[in-house]
Design a protein. Structure first.
Length: 331
């Protein structure tokens, strides 16, 4: 299934039910009094947060939603039934924008529920118009229309840890190792075309598709996935030792993060040098690690062929949101 992280939908809250004219008949009287009930309230529309990343995909074929109307008033002063609340399930991290008013709604936690549109009020029945000067009113009103709007929905993934880096840095492979995910791996750029999530002992890890120089201006996958980094708590920056200049590779991604949103540069960052098996000279590897350690004191050097190193990284990431991580100088 193709990942869907933005969509425009039309939503209509329920109309209020119609009030009615009715009379209470009693023996010996043609009209004993007004007894027309009010109409019911139209259904409200709510957005509800669910922990399902690709929920928007289910709405690609059905983009219009109509909540139920309130019921018509009845005789003997019976009110019409209110329309049942209508819920639209959206992924955690959704930003919902009313395209007419530009009001924004945010879904940040599982089960969070926000009111998008209010249903219309029910109409009044003739009983409600009874007064000391008008004991036999024949007046009634229709229900009010429910609110309606187009909403633009975009999703920013919320994860504890985000894996970032240039294409083919090994992000998907590492995600698969840390979380037993089954992301697609390939030896060519942009193997990953959609963010993937994995659960590592209740820590949610997101594999953010490969960024390239100029991503903040829309090159490569551009803004489409840079925004998913905004709500990620910790950034794990993977740099493949296939790069002859690892510092330059590191700076490309950091520059793109800053160009897109300077606040991203303040996030906790861990550097992970990958594919260390490509360097057989231990002194050369140590020199690279020390060089990166001057940029960021939190550096790991790993190869997927060494389960011990993967386990060490996993243990470090689990500890208090990556606190107390130390430089790992192991080969």
């Amino acid at each position: 299934m193709v990942f869907t992280d933005e969509l425009t939908i039309y939503v209509k809250a329920g109309d209020g039910g119609r009030g009615v004219v009715r009379w209470l008949h009693e023996k010996g009287h043609d009209l004993a009094g007004p007894a027309g009930g009010n109409g019911g309230r139209g259904a409200n529309v709510y957005a509800v947060a669910r922990r399902e990343t690709n929920l928007l995909a289910r709405y690609k074929a059905e983009k219009e939603f109509y909540a139920r109307n309130g019921g018509t008033g009845g005789s003997r002063s019976k009110h019409g039934a209110d329309g049942p609340d209508f819920e639209i399930e959206l992924p955690i991290g959704s930003i919902i924008t009313n395209k007419r008013t530009e009001q924004k709604f945010y879904l940040s936690a599982e089960g969070e529920r926000v009111l998008l549109l209010a249903g219309g009020a029910g109409g009044r029945g003739n009983e409600s118009y009874k007064s000391s000067v008008n004991r036999s009113p024949r007046k009634f009103t229709l229900g009010e229309p429910g609110a309606e709007a187009e909403f633009f929905v975009e999703v920013e993934l919320i994860a504890d840890i985000g894996l970032i880096g240039l294409p083919n840095a090994g992000k998907t492979s590492l995600l698969n190792e840390l979380t037993r995910s089954q992301g697609k791996v390939g030896a060519y750029p942009f193997t990953t075309l959609e963010p993937a999530l994995g659960d590592m002992h209740h820590y949610i890890i997101a594999d953010i598709p490969g960024l390239i120089e100029g991503a903040a201006e829309g090159k490569g996958l551009g803004h489409k996935f840079l925004r998913h980094i905004r709500r990620t708590k910790i950034l794990v920056h993977l740099i493949s030792l296939e790069n002859e200049n690892v510092v330059a590779a590191y700076k490309i991604i950091r520059r793109e993060l800053g160009n897109f949103d300077p606040d991203l540069l303040a996030k906790k960052e861990i550097i992970v040098l990958t594919k260390t098996d490509l360097i057989t000279d231990s002194k050369k590897l140590m020199a690279i690690i020390k060089k990166m350690g001057k940029i960021n004191p939190t550096v790991f050097a790993i190869t997927l062929y060494d389960a011990h190193l993967i386990k060490s990284l996993q243990d470090a990431l689990i500890k208090e949101g990556a606190k107390n991580i130390v430089i790992n100088l192991k080969k």
